[in-house]
Design a binder for this molecule. Structure first.
Ligand SMILES: *Cc1c(COP(=O)(O)O)cnc(C)c1O
Length: 420
């Protein structure tokens, strides 16, 4: 690090080191396999690999797949994985055993769950969504509406305008609790209550919540939910997502992707579909077992860390980053793209900067990995399980250096890659 900045004592590098020394979650960093000289601020997009996940995949491949072959569906518990891991995820999101299955990806699960919600409200045609949500949610619902051909429409409303958009025409509100770009957390309890008051259902996307903040689906009376495990739950690239259906809806739940894994007796090989009685009816077909077993390690870490402790540290890391950016980069053109109150946002923070893309590229070249979201957001995620306070301090110092030296102007950083 170049020159020592003049900062208030509580924002010094020494203070950051002292916080690390007192951090009850500090030991978890040793459970991850991370590259050298890297400050990984992108766990909100792809969590890093737990070492136990790598060992578990190796074991599943060599022992369960190679040696036990097809007997592993029984002997290694493969067939039960969606349920067993679903029950573990349930504890992290305020659901009960038998209300969650791990399966497929979020986009697929959303298709299934929105269709199920519309079938529960057959005389209503409006779906309330936030237009600024992660686009796949919009695309999935648009495709579903076109497939159904029953005249459903999406009523887009943002943040504070959501409650007023919910009326007696609404079948379901489909919202992401923690916004993918701004990190803004919607009030799940209040919006769900408002939906129920209007006779509508509430379906929550927990992609940026699961593993990042304590979630209480049943405490909020949520009806349906989906989410992914490759972000804050560190499940691995493309690890299966999950879906939740409250117990009270399960007997009436009809979903369109009816396959043999959702059948009440899959090995009876009956000609006609007859759904399983519980959450199992939301399954479709054979699951990616190696990806599933990989994901269990991250779920296990989240359980042991405890979401209250994890959230408290993540909040503190984000607040430190925010304070350091304000102190060190106040005149560098960064505008906060997230709620200023750390309690009002999830595990990441966004800044708007017209040169966001090359700045992020320059940061990555220096080992500080965040990401860019068009048109001008750069995001920094604060996963508490493998980040230290001093990492946050060093990251802002490197950002300061890139801005002051003009290093980001190197034309190499302007070339846009396929995945930002
Ligand atoms: C990450 C994310 C997804 C991902 O969907 P996939 O089907 O896993 O690609 C969906 N919705 C939201 C809100 C997300 O943040």
């Amino acid at each position: 690090m170049a020159t020592a900045p003049r900062l208030p004592a509580d924002l010094s590098r020494e203070a950051a080191l002292a916080r690390d020394a007192a951090d009850p979650l500090a030991g978890f960093i040793g459970e991850f396999t991370l590259p050298e000289a890297t400050i990984y601020l992108n766990g909100n997009s792809l969590g890093p690999s737990p070492s136990a996940a790598l060992a578990r995949v190796n074991e599943a491949a060599t022992e369960e797949w190679s040696r036990r072959l097809i007997t592993s569906w029984n002997r290694s518990g493969w067939f039960q994985l969606p349920y067993r891991l679903g029950d573990r995820i349930a504890r992290l999101i305020g659901a009960n055993a038998g209300e969650v299955v791990m399966t497929d990806g979020t986009s697929i699960n959303l298709f299934r769950m929105v269709a199920a919600a519309l079938a529960l409200r057959p005389d209503r045609r409006v779906i309330v969504m936030e237009g600024s949500n992660f686009p796949t949610d919009n695309y999935v619902v648009q495709g579903l509406i076109a497939t159904l051909g029953q005249g459903h429409v999406i009523r887009f409303a943002e943040h504070d305008a959501i409650a007023a958009a919910i009326d007696g025409d609404v079948a379901v509100v489909v919202l992401t609790q923690t916004h993918y770009k701004t990190g803004h957390i919607l009030d799940m309890a209040a919006i769900t209550a408002r939906a129920h008051e209007a006779g509508a259902l509430a379906l929550w996307d927990l992609c940026h919540s699961a593993g990042a903040i304590p979630v209480d689906l049943n405490g909020c009376n949520a009806d349906l939910a989906v989410g992914c495990t490759y972000k804050y739950l560190n499940g691995g690239p493309g690890s299966p997502g999950f879906q939740f259906a409250a117990k009270r809806h399960q007997a009436d739940l009809v979903q369109p992707l009816t396959g043999w894994w959702g059948h009440g007796a899959p090995f009876a090989f009956d000609r006609d579909y007859a759904p399983a009685t519980g959450i199992g009816r939301t399954l479709t077909g054979t699951q990616p077992i190696l990806s599933m077993v990989a994901a269990e390690a991250g779920i296990d870490i989240a359980e042991r860390a405890g979401l209250d402790r994890a959230r408290a540290k993540s909040r503190a890391l984000g607040a430190l980053f925010q304070d350091l950016v304000a102190a060190r980069l106040g005149d560098a053109g960064f505008e906060l793209g997230s709620p200023a109150d750390p309690d009002a946002r999830g595990g990441h923070i966004a800044y708007e900067h017209p040169q966001g893309y090359p700045i992020m590229k320059a940061l990555i070249s220096r080992g500080v990995i965040g990401d860019f979201r068009a048109p001008s957001s750069i995001r920094f995620g604060f996963s508490p399980l493998y980040l230290r306070y001093v990492d946050i301090w060093d990251a802002v110092e490197i950002l300061h250096d890139i801005m002051m030296s003009g290093a980001w102007r190197d034309p190499a950083f302007a070339a846009v890659e396929a995945v930002t």
